[in-house]
Design a protein around this ligand. Structure first.
Ligand code: ATP
Ligand code: MG
Length: 420
């Protein structure tokens, strides 16, 4: 990947489809364009209507294109959902170079060896992430390139997903006239972007609370160790407001965005608004406290469910605490409720890039971050040049460096063509 390369991420969420255009500069990137469109055809993170989703993708991509004045032809697509699974794996190969110096091809082969696992027919490998390499028995190596050895091993995490949702996702993007460059697990992208190195190594939980789902990603010893999705999010809160104020969902969503507060003590009784009552033309006045009295218990419940799920995954107290992101955590007071319910250190993560300083963009920006880091220092990345490979050799993050291997997109495409 070279300077001035343009890369585009696509986050197909329950409430919004977001296309983000990044320009690669010196091993990192700037955001030069953003396009959002309301999502139709997605329920709780799952595609339920292909044509409507295609429309939303086209609209988000067109907005981004207009902002930058370019035409987008290929995208990196985020994937998430309760069908995602992680599996540990181990690969071993003999180093093939005559001088025994470990090269790119050895890494590709050892990753391929790790990828050979028994999978049920309805599941597919999405990605392979190296946790550590072992060279002639020496453990803890993050980047073995250039080392001398005979036996190269890798401890890896294999990310798998169910074929049907993967197929639907690929179908929608390709039907929108775009080429899928790669699929990126959103938790992996968001984790790389939002979590510090210390948080990842000490152990921390990243929670993306969107509109229809909350995605939990547990990081430990520097890498992603568990992930889970629960079907709660901002829509859950909106539905409760609609029910509580006896109004339509779109009115409830509007008042939530404008006056919503998750912590009753922070809500003001003199901030008032009117909503149209369902089944009549009569407007009724409420104040922010009335609204917070509906929101607070719902948000409490969301965090209780998150805490239970983290416990179910086998984690109790992680020193890095919780890092919250996703559109729902924009609401004032959410952090306080989270601190109470999770009884741990909690912070909110927002992407630190102009134009996307909103927790709803963490997933999409995280995809770009993951792509740039993955190809940094790799000669096999898209349009990688020698200069970049050399310059970034020391600073590259090898865990992600090896997560891409040639043939992944090809495999996904083959799989895709099997379906149609
Ligand atoms: N300022 C705000 N106050 C309250 N809620 C907000 C605010 N901004 C966004 N939201 C809520 O955040 C949710 C959207 O979050 P996000 O964009 O992360 O979801 P998504 O990616 O479309 O959905 P998902 O990840 O669940 O598939 C909506 O429910 C919206 O109402
Ligand atoms: Mg989302």
């Amino acid at each position: 990947m070279s300077n001035n390369d343009i890369i585009v991420s696509l986050d197909i969420g329950t409430s919004k489809v977001r296309a983000i255009i990044g320009e690669v500069t010196s091993g990192t990137f700037n955001i030069i364009g953003v396009g959002s469109a309301d999502s139709d055809g997605i329920r709780k993170g799952a595609i339920v209507d292909i044509d409507q989703t295609v429309q939303s993708i086209r609209s988000a991509v067109e907005h981004a294109e207009q902002m930058v004045g370019i035409q987008i032809s290929e995208v990196y697509v985020g994937i998430s959902g309760n069908h995602i699974g992680l599996q540990s794996s181990h690969g071993v190969v003999a180093v093939q170079n005559e001088d025994r110096e470990i090269g790119e091809d050895d890494i590709d082969r050892v990753i391929k060896a790790a990828e050979v696992i028994a999978l049920p027919p309805e599941r597919e490998v999405i990605d392979v992430v190296a946790k550590q390499y072992i060279v002639d028995g020496l453990e803890g190596i993050q980047d073995p390139r250039g080392m001398i050895g005979v036996r190269l091993e890798v401890e890896a995490t294999i990310i798998t997903g169910a074929k049907t949702p993967i197929h639907n996702l690929l179908r929608c993007v390709e039907k929108s006239g775009l080429k899928v460059k790669d699929l990126v697990l959103m938790s992996l992208g968001a984790g790389g972007l939002a979590l510090s190195k210390d948080e990842k190594s000490m152990g921390a939980v990243l929670v993306d609370i969107g509109a229809g789902q909350a995605t939990i990603a547990v990081y430990e010893e520097g890498s992603l160790s568990a992930t889970s999705t629960i079907p709660v999010g901002g829509e859950f809160v909106t539905n409760d407001i609609a029910y509580g104020l006896r109004t339509l969902t779109d009115q409830a969503e509007k008042v939530k965005l404008k006056y919503g507060c998750a912590w009753i003590d922070d809500a003001a009784s003199d901030v008032v608004f009117k909503v149209l009552r369902i089944g009549s033309n009569v407007e009724k006045e409420f104040n922010q406290e009335d609204l917070a009295a509906i929101i607070e218990p719902r948000v409490q419940e969301i965090f209780q469910l998150i805490r239970q799920e983290v416990k179910r995954l086998g984690y109790n107290e992680l020193p890095g605490g919780y890092i919250l992101t996703g559109g729902t955590v924009s609401m004032p007071g959410v952090l306080k409720v989270a601190q109470m319910e999770l009884a741990a250190s909690v912070r909110i993560a927002v992407p630190d890039y102009i134009g996307v300083r909103d927790p709803g963009f963490t997933g999409g920006v995280g995809i770009l971050h993951h792509v740039v880091r993955s190809y940094r220092g790799r000669s096999s990345g898209p349009s990688a040049n020698k200069k970049n490979v050399n310059r970034n050799k020391q600073s590259a993050a090898p865990v992600q460096d090896t997560s891409k291997k040639p043939g992944l997109v090809e495999r996904l495409k083959n799989m895709f063509s099997e379906f149609i």
